[in-house]
Write a protein that binds this ligand. Structure first.
Ligand code: GBP
Ligand code: ZN
Length: 259
C-alpha cells in the first residue's frame, strides 16, 4: 500500500491510496479532481473509488466532476451526511476492499458533521502500520469545529473510536492546520515538551514546503489537547473535572483564540 498527499485549495489535502500489486487506487476527498487524475496517471494507477469524509464542499465538492472524468468510479459517503455524488452509502463498521490486499473500515465519527466518517485502512500483507483518514474530525494537534454535534459526540469520536485504534496507526487529516494547532495547544499546556518539540519540527517542515502529515495515534495522545482530556492533570489545567467538560472548554477556547 502506498499513500500520496495531494494538496488542494488553500490548506486541504486529498490522498491517493494505491494497491501496488493491482495498481488500483482510492482517493480521499478529491476536491480538485484533475489533480487527482493526474497524480493517479503519474503513478500508473487506476482510480476505482472515492472515500468522502463529510459533506462540506471543500471535501465533497469534486465528486460530481470526478464521476464525469472517471466513469464508473464508486463514491462512498456517510448515510447521515447527504454527500454530493454519493453512489454507495456506508455505515459505521462497513468494510470496503481495494485491489487485492487493502481493507477499508468505515468509522462513524460525528460532531463536525452528523454523518462524518473516518476510514481505517489496513494492508492484508500486514507489513505496514495501518492508516486512518480523519477528515475534519481529528486534525494533527486539534479537532474540527462542532458544527453539527455536541462535546459528548466529539469525545466519543476522538477519544473512544479513534483513540482505540492501534497506537502506531498513521493519521492523515483533511487540513494543514498543525502549526496553529500546536501554538494553541501550548496555551493549554505551556510545559508540555513534546508539544514544544513538535511545534519547532512542524514550523521547519512548513518552511521547507513539506506536509506535517501523517502523525500517529500515539503522537496525538501526547500532543493533542482534545485527545488528552481523560488526563486529570489536563482537566485541572482548564478548570474542569470530567473529560467531556474539558473537551467542551478547550473547543470554546480554540473558537475564541486569535493566534
Ligand atoms: C484557520 O484557522 O486556518 N481558516 C481558519 C479556520 C474546517 S474547514 C478555518 C475553519 O474554521 N476550519 C474548519 C475547522 O473545523 N477548523 C478547526 C479549528 O479551527 O480549530 N469548512 O470549510 C470547514 O469545515 C466548511 C465548509 C464549514 C462548509 C462549513 C460549511 Br457549511
Ligand atoms: Zn469540514
Amino acid at each position: 500500500m502506498k499513500i500520496f498527499h495531494v494538496p488542494c485549495l488553500e490548506d486541504n489535502y486529498s490522498y491517493l491510496i494505491i494497491d501496488e500489486t493491482t495498481k488500483e487506487a482510492a482517493v480521499v476527498d478529491p476536491v480538485e479532481p484533475q489533480k487527482i487524475v493526474d497524480a493517479a496517471k503519474q503513478h500508473g494507477a487506476q482510480l476505482t473509488l472515492v472515500l468522502t469524509t463529510h459533506h462540506h464542499w471543500d471535501h465533497a465538492g469534486g465528486n460530481d466532476k470526478i464521476k464525469q472524468i472517471v466513469p464508473g468510479i464508486k463514491v462512498y459517503g456517510g448515510s447521515l451526511d447527504n454527500v454530493r455524488g454519493c453512489t454507495h452509502q456506508v455505515e459505521n463498521g462497513d468494510n470496503i476492499s481495494l485491489g487485492a490486499h487493502i481493507n477499508i473500515l468505515s468509522l462513524h465519527t460525528p460532531c463536525h458533521t452528523k454523518g462524518h466518517l473516518s476510514y481505517y485502512v489496513t494492508s492484508k500483507e500486514g507489513e505496514q502500520d495501518p492508516a486512518v483518514f480523519t477528515g475534519d474530525t481529528l486534525f494533527i494537534a486539534g479537532c474540527g469545529k462542532f458544527f453539527e454535534g455536541t462535546a459528548e459526540q466529539m469525545y466519543q469520536s476522538l477519544c473512544v473510536t479513534l483513540g482505540s485504534l492501534p497506537k502506531p496507526t498513521r493519521v492523515y487529516c483533511g487540513h494543514e492546520y498543525t502549526v496553529k494547532n500546536l501554538q494553541f495547544a501550548l496555551t493549554v499546556e505551556p510545559n508540555n515538551v513534546k508539544i514544544q518539540q513538535k511545534l519547532s519540527w512542524a514550523q521547519q517542515q512548513r518552511q521547507a514546503g513539506l506536509p506535517t502529515i501523517p502523525s500517529t495515534i500515539d503522537e496525538e495522545m501526547e500532543t493533542n489537547p482534545f485527545m488528552r482530556v481523560d488526563l486529570p492533570e489536563l482537566q485541572e489545567l482548564v478548570g474542569c473535572h470530567a473529560p467531556v467538560e474539558a473537551l467542551r472548554e478547550i473547543r470554546q477556547r480554540k473558537d475564541n483564540w486569535r493566534g
